[in-house]
Design a protein around this ligand. Structure first.
Ligand code: 5AD
Length: 329
């Protein structure tokens, strides 16, 4: 697919045929299987000032928290006990968790025979290498937008080129690599979203997470409208059509804008769900955007609901580690 063809998917009157095609391609390449990842948001301290994000350093109204190393490992144990095979450790860019602390956590969680995905932002290549050597398997770093001008406006004191470098470093070090964008950012054009999708292919990612921009009243972008669910869904379908064998999550932002949003995404190219297992008492403080939906306390009931939803669309939950087929090749 070239840029025009992607733009056509993003703009045509009805994208139903593309949703169906993306669903068929996902089922052909990845099977009738959904992978689950347990997400632990272990710190909402962040030194960055991303204009869209509720936990940016300038927001004084967030109650900041850090989980202790013991509590992070405890959460991982819980995830393993209830059947997860992958744990995603996400945080703001929080220097408290230096490389030594992170590596200790990684090593302890690896003893549980879990796959570890890190999503902790921009670090040096040496730091990434240390995580890898300690046993981290995957890394998520969204590029957010490949429009360099827009990137600059949204990310004060950040360097687009460094973010790119981080992605290339992660790739070189052998991480299973995920990236992604927000769809519907202020001043983001259709062309630029098409470029983003081509960029994922170019850097050869194994996972693409994308969701609509959701306006947060605690941020500088408070007066801008939300991105559209539908445009995000079209972007998911186009991504799947371009990259048949990667993993694509039905992201939390998709659920947040539409009640059935997760299920629809899983029928339009997505094949991963990342239930949140951050301890209930602090979870509300990881407030990237308002009304962030998370599977509530992950008890037997809510897991059963998720299972039912997945079964209702003809899928079953994977019982392996869920490594992207693209990565395995
Ligand atoms: N709306 C939607 N997504 C957001 N993120 C951060 N803030 C918002 C927002 N206001 C996304 C970013 C980040 C991921 C963890 O959450 O893409 O990479």
């Amino acid at each position: 697919m070239n840029k025009d063809e992607i733009a056509e998917i993003l703009t045509c009157e009805s994208a139903d045929i593309y949703y169906k095609k993306a669903d068929a391609i996902r089922r052909e390449y990845c099977g009738n299987i959904v992978h689950l990842r347990a997400l632990i948001e272990f710190s909402n301290f962040c030194k960055k000032q991303c204009l869209y994000c509720g936990i940016n350093a300038k927001n004084k109204n967030v109650k900041r928290y850090r989980l202790s190393e013991q509590d992070i490992v405890k959460s991982a144990k819980y995830a393993q006990k209830i059947g997860f095979k992958t744990i995603v450790l996400q945080s703001g860019e929080d220097d408290y968790f230096d490389v030594k602390k992170m590596c200790t956590i990684i090593e302890k969680i690896k003893e549980l025979n879990l796959v570890i995905t890190l999503s902790i932002g921009e670090k040096t290549k040496d730091e990434y290498r240390a995580y890898k050597d300690s046993g981290a398997d995957r890394y998520l770093l969204r590029i957010e937008t490949t429009d360099e001008n827009l990137y600059k406006k949204l990310h004060p004191n950040s360097d687009f080129k460094n973010r790119l470098k981080c992605l290339y470093n992660l790739k070189e070090l052998g991480f299973e690599l995920g990236s992604g964008i927000m769809v519907g950012l202020p001043q983001q054009s259709i062309e630029s979203i098409a470029d983003d999708i081509l960029f994922f292919k170019k850097i050869d990612v194994d996972m693409v997470g994308l969701g609509p921009f959701i306006s947060n009243s605690e941020t500088e972008l408070k007066n801008f409208p939300n991105g559209s669910y539908e445009l995000a869904l079209r972007s998911i379908a186009a991504t799947r059509l371009l990259m048949p064998d990667i993993n694509v999550p039905a992201t939390t932002a998709m659920e947040t804008l539409l009640k059935e949003g997760r299920k629809i995404a899983l029928q339009s190219g997505a094949n991963v769900v990342m239930p949140n297992i951050t301890p209930q008492n602090i979870r509300g403080n990881y407030s990237l955007y308002p009304n962030k939906q998370s599977v509530n306390a992950l008890d037997d009931d809510s897991l059963n609901l998720l299972r039912e939803e997945i079964a209702s669309i003809g899928d079953s939950i994977s019982d392996d580690f869920g490594t992207s087929l693209h990565f395995k090749k």
